[in-house]
Design a protein around this ligand. Sequence first.
Ligand SMILES: *Cc1c(COP(=O)(O)O)cnc(C)c1O
Length: 407
Amino acid sequence: MTLRREESVSIPESDLEGVSVDTLAVRAGQIRTEQLEHGDPIFPTSSFVYGSAAQAAARFSGDEPGNIYSRFTNPTVQAFEARIAAMEGGERAVATGSGMAAILSTCMALLQSGDHIVCSRGVFGTTNVLFQKYLARFGVDTTFVSLTDMAEWQGAVRPETRMIFIETPSNPLCEVADMTALKALAVSADAYFVVDNCFCTPVLQRPFEFGADIIIHSATKYLDGQGRCVGGVVVGSNQLMEEVYGFMRSAGPSLSPFNAWIFLKGLETLPIRMRAHCENALELAQWLKQQPGITQVFYSGLTDHPQHELAARQQTGFGGVLSFTVAGGKAAAWAFIDATRMISITANLGDVKTTITHPGTTTHGRLSPEDKELAGITDSLVRISVGIESLEDIKQDLRRGLAVLSV
Ligand SMILES: *Cc1c(COP(=O)(O)O)cnc(C)c1O
């Protein structure tokens, strides 16, 4: 007799073949204990026990699959890994304690001394610090180039180049990289093509379809989306993820089962949240463009954005982050931010709550003046991560900012 699905502890993946990313967000990777709970169980345990000394030996030798210790594997963490891997369309995922741990684990697993990275300028500030300050100490050099200038990318590749690393769209100017062109460059250089897909999530952009070898997420942002915890994940082929897993297991930047459970819950609502973020952001960008005192709006959903067509080709939505410049420089930008009452002043992004920040003195404050200029981070730039509050209420709060601009 075949079991009804509800009577089975392991849920067959074949049941989800061909379903949409919206369904995978809710169903993929789900696990059950013998209690047949409908929600996802948490396994808050550091280690696992065995039926016998022989079984313990078989687990350690790898002859028998199964859990040993939660630095290596934990069922709740594995459920999160399986869900995000399915959503991205990758073979396997390795979860980490933060987005930075995901980036570090990828580099440590796949690069060695003497290797070279070409990275887009204006990546997440700490990624910049990790590459420039720490990886450099271990003989891995990085060249930073414009995300959108293919000639610069081509000129930066050396025989030792082993990794092409991008974030697309970029933060905070919403520039969009041509992933197909960068994949071709990575293939000709025999380098890994790594995409930090934090801003779009698999709901809006699936970089494997454009040739990415590895996708990285800070789960802290949209995957959780509700400001609860820090985490990260790397997705790729079984072969590459075995290397990343090996580093993660040895170095220990593991994700806790509690945080993995929160990310599982976050993923369930990710598709509807992303659509709400996109809808609010597009309308807000169009509205901001018409306001006196706003000199420029950066959002790839605007038809006059230089990579609007490319964004429309690569993404199914334009995302929830936008930025704009105000007349009057840093003092005006700060006054605008300080005049808001509801919107959170924080450098975090990807949250259901709208957030506002001055990139030049926060997220990108550590860049040298020259690097800031190259990255387009001016003193008058303000970034908003548009939340899912009522658009009218977000506008109402921003009107307080507009009112203090002298125009
Ligand atoms: C926040 C962020 C990271 C780093 O993630 P943490 O979870 O803060 O370690 C990496 N990349 C991007 C694009 C980010 O926004």
